[in-house]
Design a binder for this molecule. Structure first.
Ligand SMILES: [Zn+2]
Length: 550
């Protein structure tokens, strides 16, 4: 995510005048803790799901990845794609305008180079032991309610017998928002559970043995709360944002990992999971989602593989422009009056996905949605990022602005948070410093003359101090926390790169993305991978920036 320091909330998207506070803000991401991907997973029985709706069909082969997801080739094109909803498609005229205003410097040839085949991470999407989620959800946009039938197939890959299973229920942190109707385990109603704040603990009648699997059914209803000024989850006058809206099984690393919320920074840790959402809502409601939509009887189905979470944003006033990078569809959702900004960030997103796909790993999902909303900064989720309406209002073209810097930061989180997870609470630098430094990489390859501007605008203006490895609970204030984790983090990455040399540094980034793809990395994992790519002594660099030694 990208928390910001100012908090002017828009109450109407359209009445935005240009006089807005300049945000020199920072970005934030999500991550969680340790644990390498489980090796040698046991063989589990096939998951046969009973379909809840006679007009819908379960995914024929649930949770198998679609062909080609893992190997999109990032060709750098801004091509208009016919759209199927009330959208504004980028026309050739618009494309030319965008090129003229947003790309004052020529794109270096390296951006157009397709990645070598060897850079593609292993096909980790095909993992039968990953937790599966299937939802049948009905969204009443006007009544602000969501009725959900959730099925979870959970595979015990922890290596120990589990007497309980613990789920995160973030909507329960909002008073009266979450109603748990019934829970089943393997089709038998489960009554031995407790729901306290964000934690749902299911006490099992008999332990779930290592290598065994169980199916959980949860029916729940959400009375969607009004969106708080500092929050994202909830509704406002024309939009509903649903993030971390469903119960999900938290990671188990020598115990269940569920950290306390904090006023800034993300506290959740996620395993990668496979998600199918079947959604019903009103005919006038336009839905931005983490995955592409497809018809499924009376439902609209979305499938997302190897992701931390599934996010929705719904509005009856969205406008949409779209483009593509190779097979990855990129959609920009914005409101009336913000078309130039909506298309400006779309153009930057194409540039960002292109360069990150070459330098890090292929884009992890099928689609990327960029959504305007009333928050203070930006927030990343898998396949969908939110950006502050204020950034759209401030946008005057080009790439020297918050919309583009924060936008590409959130997009970088698709790799550093989405593809490579981490403990966002205890080791937030692993996603935030990486996303912040990815901004620098975006400018390096797309706007090389803007390098000094970026360092000043985003980093050195704040005269950052502090340890890069500061947990969210130790940051003191938002400003001090982001200065330490994001901004000193960016300087650390730069110094590390200088010490390693460019070739080794970029080889490290690719290797790190590949090693921890769909898993989680720790600080130790990060430095072990660094040292696999350099013989240089980096201890003094670590001492300069970190409280711990690695
Ligand atoms: Zn971030």
């Amino acid at each position: 995510m990208n928390p910001s320091r100012t908090t002017t909330k828009n109450h109407t998207h359209r009445n935005k005048s240009l006089l807005l506070i300049t945000y020199y803000s920072l970005l934030v991401t999500l991550l969680i803790s340790c644990a390498s991907p489980t090796s040698a997973p046991p063989v589990f029985p096939t998951f046969i799901l009973v379909t809840q709706d006679p007009n819908a069909s379960p995914t024929p082969t649930p949770f198998q990845p679609l062909g080609g997801i893992e190997t999109p080739l990032p060709t750098f094109t801004l091509s208009p794609i016919p759209s199927d909803t009330p959208t504004i498609t980028l026309t050739p005229t618009a494309t030319a305008t965008l090129t003229a205003t947003a790309s004052p410097t020529p794109v270096p040839p390296s951006v157009t180079v397709a990645p070598a085949a060897t850079t593609v991470p292993p096909p980790t999407a095909l993992q039968p032991s990953r937790t599966n989620y299937i939802f049948y959800a009905t969204l009443d946009f006007d009544a602000h309610t969501l009725d959900v039938d959730e099925t979870i197939r959970y595979y015990n890959t922890t290596g120990v017998a589990l007497s309980d299973i613990v789920l995160s229920v973030q909507p329960n942190r909002y008073g009266g928002a979450f109603s748990l109707l019934v829970i089943y385990q393997d089709n038998i109603q489960l009554t031995t559970y407790s729901l306290n704040d964000q934690r749902l603990t299911l006490n099992l009648s008999q332990p779930l043995q290592p290598g065994a699997a169980t199916t959980l059914g949860i029916k729940f209803k959400i009375n969607i709360p009004a969106k708080a000024s500092e929050g994202l989850f909830g509704y406002d006058f024309n939009q509903i944002d649903l993030v971390d809206w469903y119960p999900f099984v938290i990671p188990y690393v020598n115990g269940w990992v569920l950290h306390d919320p904090m006023s800034f920074g993300e506290h959740l840790v996620y395993d990668a999971s496979d998600i199918e959402l079947n959604l019903k809502t009103g005919p006038d409601v336009i839905v931005a989602a983490s995955a592409p939509a497809e018809p499924n009887g009376d439902w609209t189905r979305y499938r997302l593989y190897g992701a931390r979470t599934f996010t929705l944003s719904a509005s009856d006033e969205f406008l949409m422009s779209e483009s593509a990078v190779g097979s990855v569809k990129i959609r920009s959702y914005y409101f009336n009056g913000y078309q130039a900004a909506g298309e400006g960030i779309l153009y930057a997103a194409v540039q960002a996905v292109s360069i990150y796909s070459v330098k890090f790993a292929p884009y992890p999902y099928e689609t990327l949605s960029i959504v305007q909303t009333d928050i203070h900064d930006g927030m990343e989720t898998d396949g969908l990022v939110f950006l502050a309406s204020d950034f759209y209002g401030q946008y005057g073209g080009g790439a020297k602005n918050n919309l583009v810097t924060i936008g590409v930061h959130e997009i970088a989180h698709q790799w550093w948070y989405g593809l490579v997870g981490n403990d966002q609470a205890l080791e937030p630098w692993l996603d935030e410093a990486m996303a912040a430094y990815s901004e620098r990489i975006f400018y390096e390859f797309n706007y090389p003359r803007y390098g000094d501007w970026w360092w000043q605008f985003r980093v050195d203006y704040f005269k950052p101090t502090g340890y890069v490895d500061t947990p969210i609970y130790s940051g003191g204030s938002f400003r001090a926390y982001t200065n330490a984790v994001y901004l000193r983090g960016a300087h650390f990455m730069e110094d590390l790169r200088v010490r390693m040399g460019d070739d080794n540094f970029y080889a490290f980034l690719k290797d790190y993305a590949a090693r921890y793809s769909r898993g989680r990395a720790t600080s130790a994992d990060f430095f072990n991978t660094v040292r696999a790519h350099t013989q240089a002594d980096i201890n003094d660099v670590i001492m300069d920036y970190f409280s711990a030694s690695y």
